[in-house]
Write a new protein. Structure first.
Length: 382
């Protein structure tokens, strides 16, 4: 049998350096915008490139084997460095910070980082919205400590309720029950805003859409269905495996009536649907679902998200070929001024014109997908 060959492009080798604004320019504050007038509001921080799962859509076993060259510890930003960078982002307009990875709960003593980030304040003195995306495998053990450290929201990824299907998807034989235990522990710890992310792959777990919706209805947990995305270059993506969100909504609505809900915040990635009560109106006690249609209905128009990779590179798009090296700045004694950091970040954002998802459709017109270099999700942070 022929071995599968993946066109692996190591984005960790490509750092982009740009000259900052001149010091004569006023320091940008509060409302920095990119070339398409999109503000900077959301920062996703990858705290590790490692994971204990091997979801085929993200870290397929064939590529991320035991000999995979993960980043050495010295390459990672320290918690102090992460907080210092995050502080500049908040000064430039960021209101929401999401810790991600890899699996963020594998990073030792993550609570210490949460404590530091929870202390950040906007220029109006408001706390930032602090959240995390996790596979839930370690949540039962850590929920209490995370809450105590300042985590008020969490998103847990769970792709199926059927144990066999879930184990096939995480590819490390991890049972559903332990993730559900993690979600319950998060609820019990007082984390109030809990979401569940389900990546839907046609022919793999699409038959789990309805059981998942039924299970989480009325529990206070909002279920989000994510279209299988063409991130990175190792997950063997193809359009046939994408179940369009429209089909997800139709499937659920046939059994559990839904009403469309307005977006809760500008730049929100999910379209929200609430469960309707007997009178056909949204019944909040039944809760809501969301669909994230990154493939079939691109939402670049109001994308306000920046990503900080595990080793401190700033990416302005999930599909950006290059990241801007903030770590080099942070660690260089000559330029270690917070003001310069803020100027560099602002410059990168102001030059941004990314809208990959909009440009890549319609599918038929895309000449050679493999030729477009894209970073891996586990490195850049989802
Ligand atoms: N390990 C954590 C987890 O799984 O929640 C955090 C990192 S993971 C990269 C963040 C999110 O990205 C998860 O909800 C995961 O399901 C999603 N994801 C990863 N690869 C994806 C893909 N190819 N398409 C859509 N979503 C993907
Ligand atoms: Fe790990 Fe999350 Fe990627 Fe799955 S989606 S392999 S849990 S980082
Ligand atoms: Fe934002 Fe890039 Fe995704 Fe468009 S493709 S929504 S610009 S991250």
């Amino acid at each position: 049998m022929l071995a599968r060959v993946f066109p692996l492009i190591d984005h960790r080798q490509y750092a982009q350096q740009q000259s900052a604004q001149s010091f004569a320019d006023p320091l940008p504050t509060g409302n920095v915008q990119d070339r398409l007038q999109r503000p900077l509001r959301d920062l996703r921080i990858s705290v590790t490139d490692r994971c204990n799962f091997r979801c085929a859509y993200c870290m397929p076993k064939e590529v991320f084997g035991s000999d995979y060259p993960y980043l050495p510890h010295s390459s990672l930003l320290s918690f102090e460095e992460v907080t210092r960078v995050a502080r500049q982002f908040v000064a430039l307009g960021v209101r929401k910070i999401r810790l991600t990875g890899g699996e963020p709960l594998l990073r030792k003593n993550l609570e210490a980082l949460l404590i530091q980030l929870a202390e950040l304040r906007t220029s109006q003195g408001e706390a930032i919205d602090l959240t995390m995306t996790t596979n839930g495998s370690l949540l039962a053990r850590k929920a209490k400590a995370l809450k105590a450290a300042g985590l008020n929201r969490v998103t847990v990824s769970l792709d199926a309720l059927d144990d066999r299907v879930f184990k096939r998807m995480n590819d490390v034989d991890f049972p559903v029950a332990k993730v559900l235990e993690g979600i319950e522990a998060a609820q019990a710890s007082g984390i109030t805003n809990i979401k569940v992310n389900m990546v839907v792959k046609r022919g793999v777990n699409d038959h789990e859409v309805l059981p998942m919706a039924r299970y989480f209805q009325g529990t206070g947990v909002a279920l989000r269905f994510i279209e299988f995305m063409d991130v990175g270059s190792t997950n063997g993506w193809n359009m046939d495996a994408v179940l369009p969100s429209e089909e997800v909504v139709r499937t659920i609505a046939e059994h559990m009536p839904l009403v469309h809900l307005p977006a809760s915040a500008a730049g929100e990635t999910a379209q929200r649907w609430g469960y309707a009560g007997p009178n056909g109106q949204y019944l909040p006690s039944l809760g809501e679902i969301g669909v994230i249609s990154s493939v079939t209905q691109a939402f670049c128009g109001d994308c306000n998200r920046a990503r900080l990779s595990t080793e401190g590179r700033l990416f302005t798009c999930l599909f950006a070929g290059q990241g801007f090296d903030l770590r080099q700045l942070l660690r260089s004694a000559a330029t270690a001024e917070d003001e310069q950091l803020a100027r560099e970040i602002a410059t990168v954002w102001q030059r941004r014109s990314d809208r990959y998802s909009q440009l890549r459709t319609p599918w038929a017109e895309l000449p050679d997908r493999a030729a477009i270099p894209k970073p891996e999700m586990s490195y850049i942070g989802g």
